[in-house]
Design a protein around this ligand. Sequence first.
Ligand code: XMP
Ligand code: MG
Length: 183
Amino acid sequence: MDAKDLGSDIERILVTEEEIKARLAELAEQIDADYAGRDVLLVGVLKGAVMVMADLARSLRSHVEMDWMAVSSYGSGTKSSGVVRILKDLDTDLTGRDVLIVEDIIDSGLTLSWLVSNLRSRGANSVEICTLLRKPEAAKVEIDVKYVGFDVPNEFVIGYGLDYAEKYRNVPFVATLAPHVYS
Ligand code: XMP
Ligand code: MG
């Protein structure tokens, strides 16, 4: 799929396919160096992180394990409330493990901040975060994010795993949607 398959749905491309590929390779190099000699457990947050996980994991030189969680934020409407429900839990025992959470985007940070404490409370040796995107202007809580792909403006974005009403996840770049899509 590319931009012309999307017709007039896209307003603006924020991060191209090439930029994503190059940045994930850089992050993978850092991760390989930081975790040298340790067994890392990558924890992907469904569904948005599927693409990041697939491409990041294949850029790594180290052996890693991969597991998945699905969570949902309670609360009214589309805004994250920070009250999180686990829809699908990990299969892996975290005792003593070095965990790297793989995310698509950090918006308010409420979901991830909950997730980090949840995984730490299971006895992990370390819990760090790698996210493709971050919206600095939307932050409601301070979280320490070790690996960030790109900072993006505080607008709703789609593509590369991110959806609008479950669509656009297979768009290979990150973009904003044209207003007519929402109405
Ligand atoms: P918080 O606010 O808790 O939320 O950091 C993070 C989760 O909210 C979703 N999210 C988005 N999904 N386009 C999307 O498709 C966006 O611009 C966007 N902003 C937040 C996403 O699931 C993320 O994990
Ligand atoms: Mg997500």
